[in-house]
Design a binder for this molecule. Structure first.
Ligand code: CDP
Length: 225
């Protein structure tokens, strides 16, 4: 008999539905849900806050190595999955702002930034009973994961989903602008030298273009039984 996977890795491009799937799966299994994207977003937020040039790799790397990012259980019922705290500030929603979206892939491509984040993520993941979501979880952070999912969808479909999400959050940038940002992030994430976005060889690839969130969830749940 197969046992329920203890370490579950979900990777895929921007707005492919990784967080929705991961959160639901973690709830169902009683596991920790960890969205690694918030860590790269937190570094980007602080760099912008400090007025650093995000193209200054040395300065951004030094910041990432020295800063503390706390990802804690949600303290408010406002739709958040967790609290993201940096320097005593609750930046949970601030990390979703368009300026962070526009710059996060530049920051996430830096070797030393990734080293600092990956170390922390791996420590958390190896405890098990975890659903970890990102770009390089199955390939680099937790290659020993028991179940790896690569969740894909076409860029127009993903931009549409992000557009809806943004509207619900009150930041309506327009579909075309969102599609541009999504395409630009995909390009940087998948062509970077360190830990590029790609499906692990042993990942189950799911194309969610024509699937509802419920259908994706059911497919993955059947893999956990
Ligand atoms: O939610 P969305 O898919 O738009 O983005 P995210 O998962 O919050 O990730 C934001 C950015 O962080 C990505 O575009 C990547 O540049 C970076 N990232 C990464 O490089 N590696 C990860 N494991 C997670 C995120």
């Amino acid at each position: 008999m197969r046992s329920v996977p203890s370490i579950i890795a979900i990777d895929g491009p921007a707005a492919s539905g990784k967080s929705t799937l991961g959160r639901r799966l973690a709830d169902e299994l009683g596991y920790l849900f960890f969205d690694t994207g918030v860590m790269y977003r937190a570094v980007t937020w602080l760099a912008l806050q400090r007025g650093l040039d995000v193209n200054d790799e040395a300065a951004v790397s030094a910041l990432a190595e020295s800063m503390q990012i706390d990802v804690l259980p949600a303290s408010k019922p406002d739709g958040r999955v967790c609290d993201v705290i940096v320097e005593g500030k609750d930046i949970t929603w601030a990390v979703r702002r368009p300026e962070v979206d526009r710059n996060v892939s530049i920051v996430a491509a830096y070797r030393e930034v990734r080293r600092a984040m990956t170390e922390q993520q791996r420590r958390i993941g190896l405890r098990g009973k975890v659903v970890m979501v990102g770009r390089d979880i199955g390939t680099v952070v937790l290659p020993e994961a028991d179940l790896k999912i690569y969740l894909d969808a076409s860029a127009p479909e993903r931009a549409l989903r992000r557009h809806k999400e943004n509207k619900a959050l009150g930041t309506d940038l327009g579909y075309d602008t969102i599609l541009d940002t999504v395409l630009q992030r995909d390009r940087i994430d998948s062509t970077r030298e360190v830990a590029p976005l790609r499906a692990a060889q042993d990942a189950v690839v799911i194309d969610s273009d024509k699937l509802s969130a419920d259908e994706v969830f059911e497919q993955v749940r059947s893999l956990c039984e």
